[in-house]
Design a protein around this ligand. Structure first.
Ligand SMILES: NC(=O)c1ccc[n+]([C@@H]2O[C@H](COP(=O)([O-])OP(=O)(O)OC[C@H]3O[C@@H](n4cnc5c(N)ncnc54)[C@H](OP(=O)(O)O)[C@@H]3O)[C@@H](O)[C@H]2O)c1
Length: 419
């Protein structure tokens, strides 16, 4: 590893979220700070344009040209750095050659994918390769699934401290969030819907809450799943489905499996959005279910999907405005119930829009954590989750440098907060 030039290379630096990531890397590490970094992408001209847009202090940032479809260029990229952080998506379309190059070359890797089907494919094809080479591969290092995965880790750590054991039942509820969509996220979602329409086996896999757990490790316990409006007594409010739960719950269960079921083999977990109290709350939850169903149905029909991509959803490279990123935020509430019925309430918040302003900061901290905080001797090669690999180290970084908070709440405080 000593021969590698950089700690971190940001591949896909010219993407919408990659630009935010690079701005954050520059702000925190400059060009001669604790983490050395470079930018990479398929077009030298676009990389030069990005570097110029970052200002004079970025003049020393080095560029590397590599194409996601060119194995030789990816191998050279991987050999130059300890960590590749990739925002080249949709990952299911462009991501595999880079994961292969990292797994084969022993280069650590993190990304922003939320594409469960692609992660399963990468696990099946490259987990043993990564174990042998020492490459640590960490998917889902953005809004999906860092706040959920580390939020549960944080709650369970506190539960063990207070109750002497983890909580067998944990809920995550989105109390509030404000943000938008980028072209890359829209393209990833549409590609997932298209793949699922064409493949019944994939639909079955997507419905399995343990689909990312190591084969044979899934507990027998049935998982809750919020798909219709429900009254949630723990929050004294109506709830509706949360679209990211399809990836977040899978990552949380993989963390549990990789940690020898540290949350227990009876662990049950779900995620939902709080829509409010009384009739308005119930109506909002119903509208959310209908809206989500309509969107998925439209995405499943070829011509409607094309129309959505052509006229409604943002195009590649587009996303929320700087103002929307700055004024965005998220506020997630967790409640754990111990075996004897005692409750523990926590919250995780972020100070920018979840998918971009905040995700860019989370991803940068995950890459830095991978490069300098977690030695290979402590955690060897393989496919990890954010909580199983980084744990408390990443929480410290997120709180210090990425505008996140992790807090234990008084029971009454959260009850009031959800109203
Ligand atoms: N998990 C989360 O919370 C979260 C949040 C945000 C985004 N995401 C995901 O992150 C990804 C990026 O999103 P985005 O909106 O920022 O994407 P985007 O703006 O559409 O950018 C896509 C990037 O991929 C690059 N690219 C495409 N084909 C390539 C190739 N053959 N070789 C090298 N680079 C190639 C593009 O390079 P050029 O600039 O040269 O065209 C561009 O930099 C998406 O998959 C999205 O779903 C996840």
């Amino acid at each position: 590893m000593a021969a590698r030039t950089f700690d971190v290379v940001a591949f896909g630096a010219t993407s919408f979220v990659g630009r935010i990531l690079c701005r954050n890397l520059l702000e925190q590490f400059g060009t001669r700070g604790a983490v050395s970094w470079a930018i990479a992408g398929r077009s030298k001209a676009r990389l030069e344009e990005l570097r110029a847009s970052l200002g004079a202090e970025a003049a020393d940032v080095e560029l590397r040209v590599a194409d996601a479809a060119d194995d030789a260029s990816l191998r050279a990229l991987c050999a130059s750095t300890r960590v590749v952080v990739s925002t080249v998506g949709p990952y299911a379309l462009h991501g595999e050659p880079l994961v292969r190059a990292c797994a084969e070359g022993g280069t650590d890797y993190c990304d922003l994918t939320g594409e469960v089907q692609w992660i399963r494919r990468m696990l099946d094809r490259y987990e043993s390769v990564a174990r042998a080479s020492g490459a640590r591969i960490v998917h889902c290092c953005g809004f999906d699934s860092i706040p959920s995965d580390l939020g549960v880790h944080f709650l369970q750590r506190e539960a063990v401290r207070r109750f002497g054991a983890p909580c067998p039942r944990v809920k995550m509820r989105v109390k509030a969030m404000r943000g938008g969509f980028s072209g890359g996220t829209a393209a990833s979602l549409m590609n997932l819907v298209k793949e699922a329409v064409d493949d019944p086996a994939l639909r079955k896999e997507l419905a399995d809450p343990y689909s990312l757990c190591p084969p044979g490790s899934a507990p027998a316990v049935r998982q809750p799943n919020v798909v219709a409006p429900e009254l949630d007594a723990d929050f004294d409010a109506w709830i509706g489905p949360f679209v990211m739960s399809a990836i977040n719950t899978r990552i949380v269960h993989r963390t549990n499996a990789l940690s020898g079921h540290a949350y227990g083999r009876e662990f049950r977990y779900d995620e939902a959005m709080i829509t409010g109290r009384g009739v308005p709350g119930a109506l909002a939850a119903g509208a959310m279910v209908a809206g989500l169903a309509g969107f998925m149905a439209a995405g499943a029909i070829g011509p409607l999907r094309s129309a959505l991509q052509g006229f409604v959803l943002p195009k590649p490279g587009e996303g929320p405005s700087p103002e929307a990123q700055r004024t965005g935020f998220f506020d997630l509430r967790f409640v754990g119930t111990a075996a004897d019925g005692r409750r523990l309430r926590t919250k995780v918040t972020g100070d920018r829009d979840p998918g971009y302003g905040s995700t860019g900061k989370m991803l940068g901290q995950a890459a830095a954590c991978l490069a300098v905080d977690i030695p290979k001797i402590a955690r060897g090669g393989g496919f990890w989750t954010p909580a199983s690999l980084f744990g408390d180290k990443l929480i410290e970084r997120l709180v210090s440098h990425a505008g996140l908070t992790f807090e234990v709440l008084a029971d009454a405080e959260d009850g009031a907060a959800s109203r």
